[in-house]
Design a protein around this ligand. Structure first.
Ligand code: NAD
Ligand code: GLY
Length: 381
């Protein structure tokens, strides 16, 4: 049954409030096309997707749009993080201009977090900003990146260093897209659900602990996956609605910044892995967040307020979800050097999100050198 989560912005600009549709039934593309037609008001649709998603899911969505007489200009980018660049953003925009998109057009970002971040970014600056719709096709995008309006691209110095806040018109999670995901990408999405449980909802974490193996099976367990997506989106929507632009770290728990739990060290590991030559290739975003959460748990204890049970609990759960825990093996001075360009720095200090008990966070400013000392100092020799 189609359900939705309401992202209700508290400000007077109610036009930025929106719904996240979670559709588990066959034929979701027809309902997506109907929703889009209502909102597009005759404008053309500028699509951005990646090669894999184009091959697996675009045809049926395109057919549903064309059946309704909608004009579509699509751009397909290569898969993966390397597409989150300014030069790729330029290519997408240039293709839309050549395809005749104008200010009445609506953008459709169809794909995982990479396409969502890139498409949302271009939509926010294309012709000084056009509306867009997120159609997340990875678990990670359905539970996290498609919600909340953060868009962006990477710079050579680090992840997401250029970006905007641009809320979508709506989010449409067609749950059937999860059935074609690789095991590794299912696991990557589960990491962000773990994060939501750890920072905001002990019962969500307990559900994952109870059904870890089932959560890795979107084909056999669609009801469980639907529940995990809905509960994650509800948490993210509440946090974003209370502090849309991540400016209110003074809120209890640290406002939107709490969603960055695991991301400080996680981003550094993810960027470092993109330049390393390993058989497994670069870390997936969720894999990096899993390792980053372990690091944050350890740092929390070293600095004082951290829950002393968290690291061991995560070490037990993450492998059951197909996620890595080999933090010590991956930490080195080069990785920690990358913490210096993390955008969550304030002055010379990094705002670390720490968990003082499951479901509760505190933000602690800390010198990068102190983080390095804690992490390298705790490595087994
Ligand atoms: P991704 O978009 O690279 O997708 C992972 C892989 O899955 C890609 O190869 C893609 O082609 C493939 N894929 C996508 N949908 C598929 C499907 N239905 N079936 C089979 N394959 C499919 O990565 P991701 O993990 O979705 O997202 C990671 C990105 O999201 C990172 O860049 C991260 O920084 C960003 N992110 C953004 C936010 C935000 O709030 N904006 C939050 C979290 C993460
Ligand atoms: N993923 C962090 C945020 O959306 O704020």
């Amino acid at each position: 049954m189609l359900t939705w989560v309401d992202v209700r912005m508290p400000s007077i600009e109610l036009d930025r409030s929106y719904l996240i549709y979670i559709d588990p039934d066959a034929g979701a593309e027809v309902r997506l096309a109907d929703a889009l037609q209502k909102r597009a008001q005759g404008g053309a649709i500028g699509v951005v997707t990646d090669e894999t998603v184009a091959m697996l899911h675009w045809e049926r969505i395109e057919a549903a749009l064309r059946d309704r007489g909608m004009r579509v200009v699509s751009v397909v980018v290569p898969d993966g993080e390397s597409s989150k660049t300014l030069s790729r953003a330029e290519t997408v925009a240039e293709n839309w201009v050549r395809g005749g998109l104008d200010r009445k057009s609506v953008v459709l970002a169809l794909g995982g977090g990479v396409v969502g971040d890139l498409g949302g970014f271009v939509a926010s600056v294309f012709l000084r900003g056009v509306p867009y719709v997120q159609v997340p096709t990875t678990l990670l995008a359905q539970v996290d990146s498609s919600v909340g309006g953060k868009t962006g691209v990477n710079l050579p110095s680090g992840k997401n260093l250029m970006g905007t806040f641009h809320q979508p018109l709506f989010v449409y999670a067609d749950m059937s897209t999860l059935t074609t995901l690789s095991e590794r990408d299912v696991s990557s999405g589960l990491a962000e659900i773990v994060k939501h449980g750890v920072i905001a909802d002990p019962s969500l974490l307990a559900l994952l602990e109870e059904r870890a193996e089932d959560a890795r099976k979107p084909i056999e367990e669609p009801v469980l996956l639907g529940e995990l997506v809905r509960r994650s989106c509800t948490i993210k929507a509440q946090v974003v609605a209370a502090d849309e632009r991540e400016t209110d770290v003074g809120q209890p728990g640290g406002g939107r910044a709490r969603l960055n739990f695991g991301h400080t060290v996680g981003h550094a590991l993810e960027s470092a892995s993109a330049h390393a030559h390993s058989a497994a290739g670069p870390l997936r975003h969720g894999e990096a967040v899993a390792l980053g959460m372990l690091a944050a748990a350890r740092i929390g204890v070293a600095l004082g307020p951290g829950d002393p049970t968290l690291e061991a609990r995560l070490e037990k759960l993450l492998p059951r979800l197909g996620l890595p825990i080999d933090l010590d093996r991956r930490l080195d001075a080069g990785v920690l050097e990358r913490l210096n360009v993390d955008k969550k720095r304030s002055g010379a200090r990094i705002h670390m999100v720490l968990v003082d008990r499951i479901g509760s966070t505190v933000i602690t400013p800390v010198e990068p050198a102190r983080l390095a000392e804690i992490l390298l100092g705790s490595k087994p020799r």
